[in-house]
Design a protein around this ligand. Structure first.
Ligand code: PGA
Length: 252
């Protein structure tokens, strides 16, 4: 049995006070999260410490950062290292989100450096891949995703690969209300699993592959019922406690 994961990516939303309140609401409803489903929330850096304090002493909700620095420490004004994130404490980090690739020019090399930092500091990476609309229309989507995986994830040692969570997020579905159909998502998830199996073999059977892109309470059940979809990376719908919990409940 593979892990089931629902991760909320808050992006650059909420003040600290609002984020703490949202966490309280999620915690209050955490008993609704089906047994065995790992729920993760990923607030902005500024919120991590107060939220980690709120989460202390329970194991239903875990914490992720949305990014980390390529370097371990030093004169890098404005950056936050993986070690700092781990010291919050925080257990996961999202890497390679398409917004970071597009707006901040993150390349395979950048992502490799970040992945190394994350793993050295025992942060479990949620590594995002996904194609642009034009790439799908030109039937390049498998090639694009294969390339995003090959040059970064494909270079890991097998022991590190076992810590990786993959998130497939077709860029055309992010924040657009346009979800991939469950068939489109399943097709890509199966492709990702078999592509990685070509490098890492059987270990891939245990790799959680999450779907992201306008996943919400009304489509989560259908998506999560697909054999290779092991959960979701949820943007907009993770900003309301009830919606986030409803997505987690889709596993019931
Ligand atoms: P969305 O975002 O659910 O708002 O489409 C998903 C993501 O970018 O992780």
């Amino acid at each position: 049995m593979r892990e089931k994961i629902v991760a909320g990516n808050w992006k650059m939303n909420t003040s600290v006070t609002e984020g703490v309140q949202l966490t309280r609401e999620i915690l209050a409803g955490a008993t609704q999260i089906p047994e065995g489903v790992h729920a993760i929330i990923s607030p902005p850096y500024t919120h991590l410490f107060p939220i980690a304090q709120l989460l202390e002493g329970q194991n239903r909700i875990a914490l992720a950062a949305q990014n980390c620095a390529e370097e371990s420490k030093g004169a890098y004004t404005g950056e936050v290292s993986a070690g700092m994130i781990a010291s919050v404490p925080c257990s996961y980090v999202i890497l390679g989100h398409s917004e970071r690739r597009t707006y901040y020019g993150e390349t395979d090399q950048t992502l490799w450096n970040k992945l190394v930092q994350a793993l050295e500091n025992n942060l479990r990476p949620i590594f995002c891949v996904g194609e642009l609309l034009q790439e799908r229309e030109e039937d390049q989507h498998f090639q694009v995703v294969a390339s995003q995986l090959k040059h970064v994830i494909g270079a890991l040692e097998p022991a590190d690969f076992e810590k990786i969570i993959i998130a497939y997020e077709p860029v055309w579905a992010i924040g657009t209300g346009k979800t991939a159909t469950s068939d489109q998502a399943q097709e890509m998830h199966a492709f990702i699993r078999s592509f990685l199996a070509g490098i890492f073999g059987e270990a891939t059977e245990k790799t959680p592959i999450l779907y992201g892109g306008s996943c919400n309470p009304s489509n989560a059940k259908e998506l999560f019922s697909q054999p290779d979809i092991d959960g979701g990376l949820i943007g907009g719908a993770s900003l309301k406690a009830n919606d986030f919990l409803a997505v987690a409940k889709a596993f019931e």
